[in-house]
Design a protein around this ligand. Structure first.
Ligand code: ISC
Length: 455
C-alpha cells in the first residue's frame, strides 16, 4: 500500500515536500464544504464542470458528486486491499480539519475508490480524495475543497469555465480482440457449461474484453457526458482510469440503512424495438427459468453477505425487470437496517467494509464463490483488473455508495488512445454459448456508443 500526497497547487509555500504520506504528514487535510448555487442544465450538469482529463465522478439522474485534483491518493493491492485503503483513509480523517456548512451525504471529506475484482490482480485498487468536489442532491448543490495544510476556501472561481479545457472527440475508433478473440469465447463458455453440468459448481460469470484504439487521445469527459445522458438509470462513474455506467449497486449505506440493487439474468433490447415488443421481451425474461436461476444465485449471495451486518432485512421474493436502452435485467432491491455495532471493531461498518464483504457477489463471480473464482482464473484467460470490482465513494462517517464496475472501460495508463472494454455473462447449466456471446455484445453497446462508434 502507498499513500501519496500530490503536488500542491500554485501558491504552495516554498520548501514543503510535495510527496508525503498523509498518515505520516504533520499537515492535516483541511476540508471545507459550502452551499453552491448551481444552474440546472440537465443530466450532464455535474459532468460539464469537470475541468480536465482526470475526472472523478459518481452521478445518477443528474445527482451525485464529481471531483478533480488529488489531495490524497492511496494505492493498494492484494487480499487486504479494501482494509488497507479504509485504514489509510481513516488515518487521514483522524487528523482532518473539517468545516461542513451543508451536511448531506457526499459533503465534507470524500474519497472515490475503485478496486480489483481478484485478489491476485495487478491493478489492485485506488482511493482518491479530490482537491475539489462538486455535488448535487435534489435541489441542493455544494462545493468542497480538500487541501493539505492549506486552508483553500471553496469559491465559485474554481468553476470558472475558462479554466476548463475543451472536451474533444476521440475521432474514429478501431477495435481489436482482447485477451480472447470473440470467436473463441463461446468455446470457453461451453467449457464452463460442461463443468456446471458435471456438478463442479452451480454458476460462473465469464467475461471478455475488446481493445479500442481512438484516433485522438481519449478525453474521459466525452464518454461520461454521453453515458450520463443516455443511461440515466445507471451510475456513471470515473475513478483513476476506470469509467462506465453501471446499473448494479453493490451497496449504499446511509444513516444506518443499507441497500443493494442485485442484477443477474438478461435479455437483449434491439435498436428500434417498439415498447410493446420490449414488454413482451420483459415478460419472457421474467419467466425464463435459466435467468431466474442465475438471478437467485446473485440475490442469495448478497443477502447472505449482508445478513451478519443487519438487524433486519428485506429480500424481495420476485425480481422486477429493469429496462435499459441496450438490455433488460432481472433486478432485486435488497434492503436492511445496519446493526450499529456490527463492524469488525464493534462499530458501525463503513460502506467500504460492506462492499468488501459483499464482493464478489454471484452477479460477477458465481456459486459457490471460491470454485467460481478458481474457474474464472483457470479459463477466462485475462486479468479483469478493476472491471467487476467495487467502484464508488465514501464520506467521513463511512457512509457511501459502491457500484460494481460493469459496462465499463479501463483507460490505458501508458497510451491515451487505447482503452479496454469489458462485458461478462452469468453461465448456468442451461446456458447457450452463442447466446452468451450475443449478450456480451449487447453489454458492450453503452461503452462502444459512448466512444462514438455508430452501432
Ligand atoms: C457481468 C456483467 O453483468 C452481470 C450483471 C447483470 C447481468 C448479468 C447477466 O445476466 O449475466 C451479469 O451477472 C457485465 O455486464 O459485465
Amino acid at each position: 500500500m502507498s499513500a501519496t500526497a500530490l503536488p500542491q497547487p500554485a501558491g504552495h509555500p516554498a520548501g514543503r515536500p510535495d510527496a508525503t504520506a498523509p498518515g505520516l504528514d504533520a499537515r492535516p487535510l483541511v476540508v471545507r464544504t459550502a452551499a453552491l448555487d448551481l444552474p440546472d442544465d440537465g443530466l450532464a450538469t455535474l459532468m460539464g464542470l469537470l475541468p480536465d482529463a482526470r475526472p472523478l465522478a459518481w452521478v445518477r439522474r443528474g445527482d451525485g458528486i464529481v471531483g478533480w485534483g488529488e489531495a490524497l491518493r492511496v494505492t493498494v493491492r492484494g487480499r487486504r486491499r479494501f482494509a488497507d485503503a479504509a485504514a489509510a483513509w481513516q488515518s487521514a480523517l483522524e487528523r482532518a480539519v473539517v468545516r461542513d456548512d451543508v451536511r448531506l451525504p457526499g459533503t465534507g471529506p470524500v474519497a472515490f475508490g475503485s478496486f480489483a475484482f481478484d485478489d491476485a490482480s495487478q491493478d489492485g485498487g485506488v482511493l482518491v480524495a479530490p482537491r475539489v468536489v462538486v455535488g448535487r442532491r435534489g435541489g441542493q448543490a455544494w462545493i468542497t475543497t480538500i487541501s493539505q495544510g492549506l486552508d483553500a476556501a471553496p469559491t465559485t472561481a474554481l468553476l470558472d469555465p475558462s479554466a476548463r479545457t475543451p472536451i474533444t472527440s476521440p475521432g474514429a475508433v478501431v477495435e481489436a480482440d482482447g485477451a480472447i478473440a470473440a470467436a473463441d469465447w463461446p468455446g470457453i463458455v461451453a467449457d464452463a457449461v460442461g463443468r456446471i453440468q458435471a456438478g463442479d459448481l452451480d454458476k460462473v460469470v465469464l467475461a471478455r474484453d475488446v481493445v479500442a484504439t481512438t484516433q485522438a487521445p481519449l478525453d474521459p469527459r466525452w464518454v461520461l457526458r454521453r453515458l450520463a445522458i443516455a443511461y440515466e438509470a445507471t451510475w456513471t462513474f470515473s475513478v483513476a482510469g476506470m469509467l462506465g455506467a453501471t446499473p448494479e449497486l453493490l451497496v449504499r449505506s446511509e444513516k444506518g440503512l443499507v441497500a443493494s440493487r442485485v442484477l443477474a439474468g438478461t435479455i437483449r433490447r434491439e435498436r428500434g424495438m417498439t415498447e410493446d415488443d420490449a414488454l413482451l421481451r420483459a415478460a419472457q425474461l421474467a419467466r425464463s427459468s435459466k435467468d431466474l436461476e442465475e438471478h437467485e444465485h446473485a440475490v442469495v449471495s448478497v443477502a447472505r453477505a449482508l445478513e451478519p451486518f443487519c438487524t433486519s432485512m428485506n429480500v424481495p421474493e420476485q425480481p422486477f425487470v429493469l429496462h435499459l436502452p441496450n438490455v433488460m435485467h432481472l433486478a432485486s432491491d435488497v434492503t436492511g437496517v445496519l446493526d450499529r455495532a456490527g463492524g469488525a471493531d464493534g462499530r458501525t461498518p463503513s460502506s467500504l467494509a460492506l462492499a468488501a464483504a459483499l464482493h464478489p457477489s454471484a452477479a460477477v463471480c458465481g456459486t459457490p464463490t471460491t470454485r467460481a473464482r478458481d474457474l474464472i482464473r483457470e479459463i477466462e484467460g485475462m486479468d479483469r483488473g478493476r472491471y467487476a470490482g467495487p467502484v464508488g465513494w465514501m464520506g467521513a462517517d463511512g457512509d457511501g455508495e459502491w457500484g460494481i464496475a460493469l459496462r465499463s472501460a479501463r483507460l490505458d495508463d501508458a497510451d491515451p488512445r487505447r482503452v479496454r472494454l469489458f462485458a461478462g455473462c452469468g453461465v448456468v447449466a442451461a446456458s447457450d454459448p452463442a447466446s452468451e456471446l450475443a449478450e456480451s455484445e449487447a453489454k458492450l453497446v453503452p461503452m462502444r456508443w459512448a466512444l462514438g462508434e455508430r452501432r
